[in-house]
Each structure stands twice: as C-alpha cells, then as structure tokens.
Design a protein around this ligand. Structure first.
Ligand code: TMP
Length: 212
C-alpha cells in the first residue's frame, strides 16, 4: 500500500524554515493533498515536553550525549504517535527538523561520535527516511540576527558560540553532499517568496506533483 510523502526542512538558526513549512503546507493543500505540519524536537505530546527540556535553560545544561538521547526519545514519540499514522493514512508530513539536526547539532556541533548517532538512528528509524530533505543554507550573521530578532525565548542554542554555528553549517552541507539523492540545499538568503517558489519547484520535480 502506498503511503504519504515525508519532507523534512533542516538548517541552522534563523534560516526561515518555519515560515516555509507553512507556505509549502498551504501550496500542497491547494492541490488537495492532505498535509500534517510538525516539528522536532516535538510534534507529539511527550515529545513537546522533552522539547521544553532541550530548548530552555543554560547552554551547559546537558551533556552532548544526553542531548542526543533526549532528541531520539522525542523522535520515537513523534514517529509512533504522529508521523507513521499520518503517512499510513496517505497524508503528507512536513517536519521542521528531523534526524539530520541531531547529526549536525549533537554530532558536528558538540562532538558526539557519528557512529554513535548512526547506531541510534538504526534503532529508532530502521530503514525509514525522508522522501525529501531541504537544507536551508544561510550565512551565520544573518541567521543569528534573525533568530535573535524573533525574541521568543527558546534561545538555548542561539547562545552557543560562533564556532559551534559554523560547524553546524558545514555539517548540514556535508550531509547534503553525502546524500544528494535525498537532500537539496536552498539559498535561504533569497526573499521569502523566491525561497517558497524554489521549494515548490523542487517538490514538484522530486515528488512528482504539480505545484503552481
Ligand atoms: P527550532 O529552533 O528550529 O525550533 O529547533 C529547536 C532547537 O533544537 C534548535 O536550536 C536545534 C535543536 N535541535 C538539536 O540540537 N538536535 C535535534 O536533533 C533537533 C531536532 C533540534
């Protein structure tokens, strides 16, 4: 039985992912595709509780490995309670962040061994992976300024140093290079409507739908 498509948006802080999740969701609904918009960490009740532990408080609050494990615990809830049921009902799911964020933030950013994260991914995801991952790339100054201007709290990661954010950016670009079949990099410095139109084009080409 065919299932819905699973699209993930990834990237550093302030790259405009959340706005684009909403815009792509509307574009897909306009062509009568039923869509669930979600996010990580979060996207299910228990996962949202874990999110509060992760995004608030001092930067040094968790060891990198604890942080990775908390993200994977949240991901299990998200997959079982939200993502798999929706895909099985042929709905499409767009998630603002997924497993590549753990590799970039906890792996490249905080130095958790990639092999450890790959083992956890194997346990939690098995062979499951997104049909398409869009990686938002943006220079650090613009991204951090945008994230700070939002000023909504949830600023634990924004308070980490410049080198950390530099490693993240390279981490995401490296993921895109290694898995070009699944991933695509978008220049997030373009105006919102241009980014949205590039994403619609990409989704149309890669996932065989006609988005105007
Ligand atoms: P957001 O700001 O995009 O909502 O994401 C919340 C923060 O959580 C963001 O700074 C990235 C971080 N994060 C990780 O460090 N590891 C992960 O696995 C995920 C999903 C997010």
């Amino acid at each position: 039985m065919s299932r819905g498509k699973f699209i993930t948006f990834e990237g550093g802080e302030g790259t405009g992912k959340s706005t684009q999740v909403d815009l792509l969701g509307s574009a897909l609904r306009n062509i009568d595709i039923s869509v669930v918009l979600t996010r990580e960490p979060g996207g299910a009740p228990g996962a949202e509780e874990i999110r509060n532990l992760l995004v608030n408080g001092a930067a040094s609050r968790w060891t990198p490995l604890s942080e990775a494990l908390l993200n994977y615990a949240a991901r299990v809830e998200h997959l079982e309670k939200t993502i798999y049921p929706a895909l099985n009902q042929k709905q499409w799911v767009i998630s603002d962040r997924f497993v590549d964020s753990t590799m970039a933030y906890q792996g490249c950013g905080h130095g958790v061994e990639h092999s450890t994260l790959n083992s956890l991914s194997k346990v939690v995801l098995g062979e499951f992976k997104p049909d398409l991952t869009i990686i938002f790339d943006l220079d650090l100054e613009t991204g951090l300024a945008r994230a700070r201007a939002r000023g909504e709290g949830e600023d634990r990661y924004e308070s980490m140093g410049r080198d950390f954010h530099e490693r993240l950016r390279h981490g995401f670009l490296d993921i895109a290079l290694r898995d070009a079949e699944r991933c695509c990099v978008i220049d997030a410095s373009m105006p919102i409507d241009q980014v949205a139109s590039s994403i619609r084009k990409l989704v149309s080409e890669r996932l065989h739908v006609k988005l105007p």
